[in-house]
Design a protein around this ligand. Structure first.
Ligand SMILES: NC(=O)c1ccc[n+]([C@@H]2O[C@H](COP(=O)([O-])OP(=O)(O)OC[C@H]3O[C@@H](n4cnc5c(N)ncnc54)[C@H](O)[C@@H]3O)[C@@H](O)[C@H]2O)c1
Length: 315
């Protein structure tokens, strides 16, 4: 099996490369390094079954014959997709077209990395796959939310009209080693601020909820989804819901940090609650997350500390 992973140098893409290699696939990764880092793939430098192409998947490309395509390329953090708004729209639209064309050309299976943000500021809780969402199509988050919704529509259209064997994973907030330290995601923000003994920034009241999935659980769910013939979108995330404030307090406790909280105005269209209904994944894939938030944060702390030391040394 030769597998293409777009966004291979990113947080999830790099873990997926590891997972596919350990399943015995040969992997070709492609990425433009706009938000990813070569550091995430450094351990694969002398891996004979791994090949890395530097390229922008929003432009037409051809990586040769593949049996599987995982389309993971996209800025993913609010900081990144706000800074790269047009590029985000492009990779969700043209990038999805180009990667689906590869799947069609080589008769490969296809898996799209979609997001819980397709549900927007949800009116249904927890979110089931059947919920159509409540997304502001013109707000600041729309460059990300709407391009992912378009990518889902396109993936389903390739399934219906072009008979490509497709899957869609709706990923809920995932964290762990290789998460970028400075891209404004909640966990990396809190951990960095706590370790630097700065106040933790909380947007709004902190009462908004999130569900955080540890990266090994997320990748396990995605790998399982890649196997059977499940065509609809599937939620893969941890249904254990915490408020932003609870998460911040946990980070302070685990890092033994003297930091306090700094409350800032809430962000526009920030979802008030986020929690996946994972009954489909549990029933159809036999999957459920195993790592609690506390255990996952403990597992991530060494990586975050080392990343900060590397960062300081680079300055
Ligand atoms: N991490 C999460 O919590 C989460 C949640 C929901 C969805 N997702 C989805 O999972 C995927 C991976 O997210 P991540 O957290 O690893 O993000 P990331 O920013 O770490 O990785 C994304 C990768 O895609 C690459 N990329 C972006 N545009 C590209 C382009 N035009 N051509 C080639 N490469 C390009 C980046 O350089 C980076 O390596 C994304 O599609 C994201 O929307 C992630």
């Amino acid at each position: 099996m030769r597998t293409l992973i777009t966004g291979a140098a990113g947080f999830l893409g790099s873990h997926l490369c590891d997972a596919m290699l350990s399943e015995g696939h040969s992997v070709v990764g492609i990425g433009n390094f706009s938000t990813g880092s070569l550091d995430n793939l450094r351990h694969l430098r002398s891996e004979p079954c791994f090949e890395l192409i530097e390229g922008d998947v929003s432009r037409v490309f051809d990586c040769g014959h593949v049996d599987y395509v995982f389309h993971f390329a996209s800025p993913a953090s609010p900081e990144a997709y706000t800074r790269l708004g047009l590029e985000t729209l492009q990779v969700g639209s043209s990038g999805s077209f180009n990667s689906l064309k590869i799947a069609k050309k080589y008769g490969a299976k296809y898996l799209l990395a979609s997001t819980s943000e397709c549900y927007g500021d949800q009116l249904e809780h927890p979110q089931k796959e059947t919920y159509w969402g409540n997304v502001n199509p013109i707000g600041p988050r729309s460059v990300y939310d709407e391009t992912k919704r378009f990518a889902e529509a396109l993936t389903m259209a390739y399934r219906r009209y072009k008979h490509v064997d497709t899957r869609i994973v709706r990923i809920f907030n995932t964290y762990g080693p290789r998460l970028h330290m400075n891209d404004g995601r909640l966990i990396s923000n809190f951990v960095r601020q706590a370790l630097q003994e700065e106040d933790l920034t909380i947007y709004g009241t902190g009462e908004q909820s999130r569900s955080f999935c540890y990266v090994t659980d997320e990748i396990d769910g995605i790998v399982r989804l890649s196997r059977p013939n499940v065509n609809g979108p599937m939620n893969i995330g941890n249904p254990s819901e915490v408020t932003v404030l609870e998460c911040a307090k946990l980070v302070l406790r685990l890092t033994d940090s003297p930091s306090k909280f700094r409350f800032l105005p809430g962000m526009e269209d920030d979802p008030r609650r986020r929690c996946p209904d994972i009954s489909e994944a549990t029933t159809l894939l036999g999957w459920r997350p195993l790592v609690s938030l506390e255990a996952g944060l403990r597992l991530s702390l060494k990586y975050f500390k080392d990343a900060m030391v590397r960062e300081a040394a680079a300055v």
